[in-house]
Design a protein around this ligand. Sequence first.
Ligand code: NAP
Length: 264
Amino acid sequence: MTGKDNKGTAVVTGASSGIGAVYADRLAGQGYDLVLVARRADRLEELAEKLRYAYHRKVSVISADLSDDDDVRRVEQAISADESVTLLVNNAGLGGQQVVATADVDAAERMIKVNVVALTRLTRAVLPGLLARNRGAIVNIASVLAFDSSFGGIYSGTKAYVVNFTEALHREVAGTGVKVQVVLPGATRTDFWELAGSDIDQLPKEIIMNADDLVDAALVGLARGEAVTAPALVDVAKLDTFLGARQAFYGSLHADKPAPRYAA
Ligand code: NAP
């Protein structure tokens, strides 16, 4: 048996394109068997066939709409029952710069269901098994827009949830053999932009990363046990400064009386 033979199974949501498809490729290359999840079964099957051929791994496909409650439960059941699962990459997601007053509220709800609810439920589905086996990892794909609401609060709000949820989960599993990582992609060249009604080429090209580089960097961060991986961040001290300032700010938000400026 080689080192590659006992990696277990990685579940990758949103594997039919973009960042998720690169994760699937890289993880198969590292020796994981795969469960690929997304709506477009044809694209998943095509990728699965390619990866089986290239890497000789077991690759199965679950076609599911993660904004649909029944579909999410079907995926939960499949992955919680699979004792070979060692890695969950919660990558499926969709964006859009919606102004609340005119937002398509059903589309906004679908975004929240995929970006937040499904990610939470799938995490909950695999975590007990990972903890019981004291092994494995959960990777949640957030966004730099978790820290900037200027392009609209709905998408940004979903990704802020992913960051807080994952940070707390990282603390929850501390001291176990389970790793938890949140990844903060900046602008990444995928179908995401067109689907969200935006043109990525309106951005300066020096801030656009390709999905291959993004995933390769995120996997290095995972291997190093990072809780927060920001692939584009050159000066990592800024992350520590930000997290420290946030903690200090939080510490100053409690008192037994309102601040003097609110005196009537
Ligand atoms: P993408 O190419 O559009 O891929 C999105 C994936 O999510 C697709 O595989 C899609 O599959 C899946 N998905 C969307 N809605 C779904 C649903 N209802 N049910 C199941 N699967 C669904 O975009 P991407 O850039 O790779 O996005 C991956 C993640 O990165 C997302 O969470 C996104 O928020 C995050 N991100 C992207 C960027 C960027 O600039 N691209 C920046 C920051 C964060 P089907 O359509 O086949 O269902």
